[in-house]
Design a protein around this ligand. Structure first.
Ligand code: GDD
Ligand code: MN
Length: 376
């Protein structure tokens, strides 16, 4: 594979030379099964980082430079990844800081894991063997640890321990797939949003422990306030979208149409055909459940669609049974129990609470039972 190590730089004159020398002279000779090169993504650093790189290019033929305007870390990565794929025919790309916080010795470790069949391997400071600098002040440690915990919790993805880090390797396909969606967060939030989208789309992601060390030269470019606000905005909005437009959102929409069908049938049968309202409601509910089952099968759970006819009827039977159980015991049961304890006057609130429990029950049963990953 052609592997390009992308190093974004903004005023890293003193650091970049050491990092390039270490990669080229110590690390690359150890890597036999990949064709390694380096691409520095510099944003016209006023300290002359680019000039330094141009000088080094004479010595190392596999060293490249992409210069551009400063638009943030994410924007620099997007520009550089495009460059690596188009101009350097990269198959895979590393993200790596220029300030020696990321130990070049870990590069072969990343590649070994990557070769084991991953689409992306991320360096982690927060699980077995990884670490943040022990000399960081308490506040900085807190930010880092709590920030990552918050991201994992809000996104409800606990398998990945380090979301904000910037030492990673990924296949070009991951970038090409996610690129159209990477436009809004061009600063440091790029790291979280990119990883989140890759995880969402089912790319296989692995972790490698890293020991992050403090830079000794130059200054960090992070603006903590802006970064925290950007990061929280991203994870909260992304999660809400995931819920609304994901399976649960579709499930709610399907349930809503079922409710309308139920109500319309009830009214039509009672008003026009003079049915007894109880029977009319049973008919309406039966039709609503039928429609829910099919809509869920064709839309909400379409990636686990029930295809064989025998299974279809068998599952529909289950669906009717569990839906009835939910209405009778969970929704009505909640109303019954709460009225006993708190009195009948709050019945509509109990109905809403019961309906909430019913939704959870149904969604769980559909996921775990009716449309579970492997058919019975
Ligand atoms: N081209 C370019 N443009 N490079 C940039 C820019 C930019 O606007 N901003 C930062 N960089 C480069 C730096 O020169 C450095 O090589 C790397 O990106 C990381 O920037 P630092 O300023 O050293 O960031 P940090 O050490 O505070 O942040 C680290 O932790 C973050 C949070 O966990 C990095 O590993 C980040 O990638 C990570 O998101
Ligand atoms: Mn740094």
């Amino acid at each position: 594979m052609k592997v390009v190590i992308i190093i974004p730089t903004y005023n890293e004159k003193g650091n970049i030379e050491k990092l390039i020398a270490s990669l080229e002279e110590e690390i690359f000779p150890q890597i036999k099964n990949h064709e390694m090169s380096i691409l520095v993504a510099d944003d016209n650093s006023p300290d002359g980082t680019a000039k330094e790189v141009t000088k080094l290019k004479k010595k190392f033929i596999n060293l490249h430079l992409s210069s551009g305007e400063r638009k943030g870390l994410g924007a620099a990565y997007i520009r550089a990844m495009d460059y690596a794929i188009k101009k350097l025919s990269a198959d895979a790309m590393f993200e790596m800081d220029a300030d020696l916080s990321h130990d070049p010795k870990r590069v072969p470790v990343f590649l070994k894991k990557f070769d084991g069949g991953f689409d992306m391997v991320v360096g982690t400071r927060y699980s077995e063997g990884g670490s943040i600098p022990p000399n960081w002040p308490f506040k900085r440690k807190m930010f880092s640890v709590v920030g990552n915990l918050l991201v994992r919790t809000i996104l409800m993805r606990f398998g990945i321990h380090d979301w904000t880090g910037g030492f990673r390797v990924l296949k070009k396909d991951v970038f090409l797939k996610e690129k159209p969606e990477l436009t809004n967060f061009k600063g440091y939030t790029f790291q979280v949003s990119f990883l989140h989208k890759a995880a969402r789309d089912g790319f296989k992601i692995g972790e490698v422990p890293i020991n992050f060390t403090d830079r000794t030269l130059g200054r960090s470019k992070i603006a903590p306030r802006e970064y925290i606000i950007d990061l929280l905005t991203y994870v909260i909005v992304a999660r809400i979208k995931e819920i609304l437009f994901g399976k649960f959102g579709k499930f709610l929409i399907v349930g809503g149409t079922g409710f309308i069908i139920n109500a319309v049938v009830l009214r039509v049968l009672v008003e026009w055909y003079k049915w007894n309202p109880s029977y009319a409601n049973l008919a309406g509910a039966a039709l609503a459940i039928f429609s829910n089952f099919n809509f869920n099968n064709l839309w909400t759970f379409r990636h686990r669609r029930i295809k064989s006819l025998g299974l279809y009827f068998w599952k529909m039977l289950h669906f009717y049974a569990t839906s009835s159980f939910g209405v009778v015991f969970i929704q009505t049961g909640t109303i019954f129990v709460l009225s006993q304890i708190l009195g009948k006057q709050g019945y509509f609130i109990y109905f809403l609470i019961g309906t909430f429990f019913l939704l959870i029950w149904n969604f769980t049963i559909y996921n775990r039972f009716i449309w579970k990953e492997k058919p019975l």
